[in-house]
Design a protein around this ligand. Structure first.
Ligand code: GTP
Ligand code: MG
Length: 335
């Protein structure tokens, strides 16, 4: 482990709670945005049901997992029961249907990694991407949302980390840095690991919710209202947690050997997962296990160059949190 690893946090850390909470509050979407999303979903639902009566629409991603900022676009999944459908055909058909309404910029992108229909609704001003049968994303959205209901510090920490990542240009998967989804998993893992823990491991508890999707069994404890107060034995403040989060990823995480896993609520070894060598384009330079697709490393987008960028940004953030007189400004300075 790095010699710079610290256990002692600056003495005036709690002075930073109010400014961090103010940033968090400023990023939370307004209630009227939720109403507009519902309005657009109702419109889309009407069109979809006319063409495919058995189909259903689900919101997923940041608009539904509780980690979305204000004025974000929405992600929608069209669930069509039939297993052997042709996604491209469905998307082209869907685009046709939606073009007939007064929606703007309707486009089917059938060759994308995740094929989608894109559109903009001039009435609500919301842009949206619609994919087909991506149900694992719908389920992991529910898992993240359920975690966020247990302790408010998760949502606060994840908002600050996402805001930092967006400001510093390290939330760009096509440039080899991490997705928002990956950052939220890092925050959940981090809060599971605090002592006493701030979050439990929902996949390691009594099963109250279970579905099979694409041959993956997704089951966990979802009666999270029963877990209110779970983290209250841990009194760490948001500023202390932001400090410790960056300190962990800068100086404590063992990049050579460890995989973070919210599924198990702990660290698993790269060796146990056979993630020690490069296979194809998967280099496993920072390992974040997907909670359901366990062979899936959310760090797979990271390459030799971008791992350096990421680790330098973690170190920069850790140093700012430790020494800077005004971390709440410096941390989010555009890169
Ligand atoms: P924003 O940056 O605020 O838009 O956050 P987001 O949560 O919508 O971002 P992101 O594009 O990272 O993820 C959208 C959803 O796709 C996630 O919430 C997951 O449900 C799902 N997802 C599943 N697997 C992956 C994956 O490998 N990469 C990404 N990016 N998303 C995945
Ligand atoms: Mg999104």
């Amino acid at each position: 482990r790095n010699y710079r690893s610290r256990t002692e946090c600056r003495g005036d850390i709690n002075r930073l709670n109010a400014p961090f909470l103010a940033i968090y509050e400023s990023l939370i979407p307004a209630e009227e945005e939720k109403q507009k999303q519902k309005q657009l979903m109702a419109l889309l639902d009407k069109h979809v049901k006319e063409e495919w009566p058995g189909a259903r629409l689900f919101l997923y991603g940041s608009c539904a997992n509780s980690f979305g900022f204000r004025k974000s676009d929405i992600d929608v999944c069209l669930a069509i029961g039939d297993a052997d459908i042709n996604k491209s055909e469905i998307l082209l058909k869907l685009a046709d249907i939606l073009k007939s309404d007064n929606l703007e910029n309707v486009q089917a992108l059938t060759r994308a990694r995740v094929p989608i229909v894109k559109l903009m609704d001039p009435v609500t001003g919301i842009s949206c991407d619609i994919c087909v049968n991506n149900l694992l994303a719908v389920i992991n959205t529910k898992l993240l949302r359920d975690y966020s209901k247990i302790d408010v510090r998760l949502r606060q920490l994840a908002f600050i980390v996402k805001h930092w990542a967006k400001s510093r240009g390290v939330n760009e998967t096509y440039q080899g840095t991490l997705s928002s989804y990956a950052y939220v998993l890092m925050c959940i893992h981090f809060l599971q690991q605090r002592s006493p823990s701030i979050l439990p491991c929902l996949q390691d508890m009594e099963i109250t919710y279970s579905v099979n999707v694409d041959n993956v069994k997704c089951s966990f404890f979802d009666q999270v209202e029963k877990l209110q107060g779970f983290g209250s034995r841990n009194g760490e403040s948001i500023a202390q947690l932001v400090w410790a989060f960056f300190n962990y990823w800068a100086y404590c995480h063992d990049y050579a050997n460890d995989v973070i896993s919210i599924r198990t609520g702990s660290i698993v070894s790269k060796r146990a997962k056979d993630w020690t060598r490069r296979i194809g384009n998967d280099r496993h330079l920072i390992c974040i296990e997907d909670p359901f697709e366990v062979s899936h490393d959310l760090g797979r987008v990271v390459d030799k160059r971008s791992i350096r960028v990421l680790r330098e940004e973690f170190e920069r953030a850790a140093e700012i949190m430790q020494h800077d007189p005004n971390p709440c400004v410096k941390l989010f300075e555009p890169y």
